[in-house]
Each structure stands twice: as C-alpha cells, then as structure tokens.
Write a protein that binds this ligand. Sequence first.
Ligand code: PEP
Ligand code: CO
Length: 506
Amino acid sequence: MSDWSPSSWRQKPIAQDVTYDDEPGLQAVLTKLRRLPPLVSPTEIDRLRQQLADVAEGKAFLLQGGDCAELFDDCSQDPIEHKLSLILLMSLIILHGSRLPVIRIMRIAGQYAKPRSKPTEVIDGREVLSFRGDNVNGYSVDDRRPDPQRLLGAYFHSTATLNYIRTLLHSGFANLQKPLDWSFSHVRSPELQEAFSSVVESLKDSLDFMNVATGGAGGSARGGMETVDLYTSHEALLLEYEEALTREFHPHKTFTTPPVSRSNSRVRLDDPTQSPARKAPQASSGKHYNVSSHFIWIGDRTRQIDGAHVEYFRGIANPIGIKVGPTMAPEELVRVLDVVNPDRLPGKVTVIGRYGADKVQQYLPAHIDAVKATDHVVVWQCDAMHGNTKSSQADPTLKTRHFADIIQEIARSMEIHKQKGTILGGVHLELTGEVNEDGYSVTECIGGSMELQDKDLSFNYRTHCDPRLNYEQSLDVAFLIADHLKAKRRGETPRDILLSSLRGRR
Ligand code: PEP
Ligand code: CO
C-alpha cells in the first residue's frame, strides 16, 4: 500500500464535500483532533473483523441499527439507554430464533454527518444550505453555515456516548435476565400476541436453564451472560475528520502518536500529519486504523471508484461497509471490492444492499452473481430502509417508510440468497427506542403490529433526517427475522403467520 496515506484522498474528487469559510479555524480543529486519543482500539476493530468473517460464512448474524442522523442532543442518559436496550433486545430475539451469535453494531457515537441530495433547500421562501448533520451545521435555519468547531463537538459527543455505553455494559445492563418483562400491549392482532408471547416464554425458559448451567444464578461469577460485545459505526463522510482520527499501529507496539508539539502550536514541517498535501506518503510496516469507530461505511452517494472516499477506505484496517443500490453496475461493484480489499481479507467488506422492496429482485441477483464469479467473500447485508422512503399522503413534507416494504425487502433478500446459494448475513436498520415526554414511541414509519397509520405520523415525528422504526416496530422486525432464521435452521419454509398478519396491515 505504498501509494496510500491517510491523506491521499485529498488528490481525488470529493463527492458531498463541505466548504468551510474559516480555513484557519478548520486547521486548528484538525490539529487538535490529531492529538486526541482513540475512541476504539485496534484489538476491538480486529475482533469485529473476525466476527464478520463468521457472518460471511453463515456462522453468525449481523444486526446493525440506529439513527439516520444522530444529534448532539441525543448524547444524554435516556436516549442512549433506550437505543442500547432496543438493540440488545432485538439481538436476543434473533439469537433465540437463529441459534446464531448475533454481532451488534450500532449507528451511534459518530453517526452525525449526512449526505444530501441537494446542497440547498428552500424553507419559508428562503434558500438556505441543507442541514448536513450536527458535525457540520445546525438544524435551525439560522445556523446552516458549516462551523469547524462542530467537528470537535462530534469527537466529544462520540466519546461521551461511547463512554456511557461502555459503562452500562460493564455494569450489567446487558444481563440477559433483565429485559424479559416485555409488554405486548401494542400488538393488535391476537395471533401475533400469541406468537410473540410464546417466543418470550420459550426464551425465558432457555435463559433460566443457561443461568443455572453457567453458574450465574445467585453468584457473582461472570458466566458470559452479563455482558456482550457491542460495536459502533457511522458513515465516514467527512474525510478531514476521519483522516485526523486515523492512526498507525504496529503489532506488539502501541499506537504511533502523531508527533504534534505539546508545548505550543508550532507546525513541524517534517510531520506528514501536519502538511498532508505536501509530503509524499511514507512506506511503513504498520497498519492504519480509523480509531473513531469500529466499523465505517461508504454511502451510496460517495462510492465512486475514482473518488476520495474509496481512496481513503482502501488504506484502513477496519471492517467497512459499501452501500449498494440500483445505480451500482455489477462490474463496478467488483472493481470497488478489488480496490478496497486487494488482500481478500475475510470479514473486511460488508455489501449493504439498499434497493427497495420493489427493486431488490431486479438488482440483487446480478450483484450476487458478479461477486460469486470472483474470489471475494463478502458479508451480504440488507439495508431495508433507504430504498423504501416515501412521502406521507397526509403530509407530503414528511418522509415515511412502510413496515410492510421493510420486511418485504428483508424476506425477498433472504429468498434470493437462498436461490443463489449465498447467505444474507445481516440487516441494517434505522431505528430508535426513543420516546417522548409522555412515554410514546416515535411515529415515523407506517404499519407494524401496532398498525400505525399515515394520519398518525405527525403525532410524534421527531427525526431530523430519515424515518426510523420505533421501539415496537423494531421488535416486530426482530421477531420476523428470528422466525425466518428458525425455519431455515430447521429446514422448514418460514411460517407465514407473522409475515401475513403484518403484511395485511399497512
Ligand atoms: C444512511 O445510511 O443514512 C444513508 C444516507 O444511506 P445511503 O447512503 O444508502 O443513501
Ligand atoms: Co438514512
């Protein structure tokens, strides 16, 4: 990788670039970011890559989820606890059905930057810059100027979020005995009530058994049930930020800290991190890790083969995702894989399909065939959200998604992989366990077992970007996936009861 450096992306065209009018301010922030400590370690990152290699072989299931746009305001006790407990619950349900370890990656602690279809938008007759995420500009129309200080805000909010997640996990939050007091009062259909409750009963039984078997009951021994692995992820959109949090790591040594002067701000001209564009990249035996997050992905709008994002991604050791939709030609997908994973490392690349329920049949098979014809082994993941965004009928200014489309895309993807002899390794979802002051879940997607309708959307519509599954809808998805994987495990056709009762209820 001699022609790559953390800054070599600067020589390439950048899609979705942000223009700052305060260049000295930006440089000062980037200098500061380069000095700040890593949020995650190479050991954790490598462990995730190994686990994703298991996913690619069908030995584990990948559950990735969280907000579309995380906000700095989300960095607070309740929202973090709600999101974490939802992911843990979903993973428990899926694990129970599939009998596979579930790899949990949250879109959290850094999912701030958003690509937009247009650089500006018209609000109340006034043309303003689009909201690009809390690490670029503010949601309020008077705060749309990109402010480099927000990059520091992103680092510190990510740090505080991750710190609280680690604290919770180390304090028994993930203890599997805890979350079993679910209420299914939101579930309107009696068949579904019964189906969900029977899963929970059987789950409780298994957990009681395991608790005794692993010596957890009554003792303080860590029987492997009190805590879990949990990873963070975000779209690596703002490459200045990602570069500043890219660190070289030599096995058996600690990080190579960028040699930034500690006593004053004097720039060392021999320091490649200080003058990225001027200095030729240096050959080195270490590996470069993005230490802001365990897993990062390239969005559908920034995955150009000759673009800056693919250039940055090809040099880092983290496992990565590539969003793939209808506009990706099959041969282009293979070329991108060749570039980002020349060594064919297993678990390195997750192909995140986001076609839409009505398009997945048209595009996914050709993508699978193209990859199968190579020696690439990828994790196939279904992002069942981004191809299914529609406008609300009652209020066309609101974006929404139909629950039925979401499960349809997952079910169809599973079916296509089965026909092709490949494996759908996981799902990628936008979801939130967030509730309002009165304890109501968000109302952004239509359908699910609580039968949320289009006219209900404005009741508690909170997202600043794309519509998310709420707490109940997310559990519905987990039960459906668990049901499918259970049937697959037993060599049966999936029971259609859940699917059909939900399908009829748009
Ligand atoms: C996202 O994941 O929020 C996103 C913008 O997705 P995509 O790049 O697939 O459109
Ligand atoms: Co989104």
